[in-house]
Write a protein that binds this ligand. Structure first.
Ligand code: GUN
Length: 285
């Protein structure tokens, strides 16, 4: 690491700004309607990471003046029980947003559960109707992590238009939708994945690289085009059990132009965009 001038993109600061804006809107809604916007989070089972994510979402709600309700269910919950709870929340006019934390316990078809949420309360933007709207360029909600990534790039002054954007990972939560949003911003998008041939050759061409493969410190500087913007979506643990991303930050920072740290990059933005979507859902009524 020598004369390193890479811009370390401060996701925490940007997320705080977006949350502050959501708080202003939540205050306005409280004044106008006599009640706060409300997010209902449904969590089933014992996944420790999920519990941490849900706690972060609850804290963000409190910060923003959004009411949060959490429905905690045992790992033995059935699809019928989940349907019943979702139906009840769909019909409750005081609930603006509904989120089912994934993964659900084994044996439950997540797609079927997500599809049960009213599209107008689907603040995760996981419902097939909302996913479709994103792809046709007519979105109601934007998916939280992908929208957070676009905000981070804009905040860092990275031009997406015409840029060669390489997304590594093809999940429904990150890889595919961030590809759609980068395309909507006029990027030239490649989605690479575990079967991609000569991955290094592909990522070396990227002006913008989005790393979302879930492998600790996988991307070293030999995967990076000099000056590239690198967005690290990973939430991994290194050999010492320390939280890290998919990108080897200390190695890559010597060649890239901009980079998001882990923690403090994409993670806080996901929650901030969820707050934004909850306000949107409340205003939509
Ligand atoms: N599991 C991992 N990420 C997410 C997310 O953004 N939303 C939900 N509901 N579950 C997740």
């Amino acid at each position: 690491m020598t004369e390193n001038k890479a811009n370390v993109i401060d996701g925490k600061a940007l997320a705080a700004k977006i949350r502050a804006e959501a708080a202003v809107e939540a205050g306005r809604i409280l004044t106008e309607r006599g009640r706060r916007p409300k997010l209902c989070v449904i969590i089933a089972g014992d996944n420790q990471a999920s519990k941490v994510y849900v706690r972060n979402k609850q804290k963000a709600c409190v910060d923003c003046g959004i009411e949060s309700e959490t429905v905690e269910l045992p790992g033995t919950v059935t699809r019928e029980e989940l349907f019943e709870i979702i139906d009840q929340k769909n019909g409750d006019v005081t609930v603006d947003g509904i989120l089912v934390q994934l993964p659900l316990p084994g044996g439950i078809d997540e797609k079927e559960i997500i599809a049960r949420i009213s599209p107008e309360k689907d603040v995760d933007c996981f419902h097939p109707v909302n996913v479709g709207r994103v792809y046709t360029g007519d979105p109601v909600f934007l998916p939280c992590t992908p929208a957070g990534i676009i905000e981070l790039l804009k905040f860092a002054g990275v031009e997406i238009k015409g840029a060669n954007c390489v997304v590594v990972g093809r999940s429904n939560i990150v890889g595919k939708p961030v590809g759609a949003l980068l395309l909507a911003e006029n990027g030239t998008v490649t989605i690479a994945h575990s079967k991609t041939k000569d991955l290094k050759k592909v990522t070396k061409e990227a002006d913008i690289l989005v790393a979302a493969i879930g492998k600790a410190k996988f991307f070293t500087k030999d995967y990076i085009k000099p000056g590239a913007a690198v967005i690290d979506v990973g939430m991994d643990r290194d050999e010492e059990g320390k939280l890290c991303g998919d990108v080897d930050f200390d190695d890559v920072i010597s060649v890239c132009g901009a980079i998001t740290p882990v923690p403090g990059g994409v993670g806080p933005m996901t929650v901030a965009m969820l707050m934004k979507n909850t306000i949107k859902a409340a205003k939509g009524k």
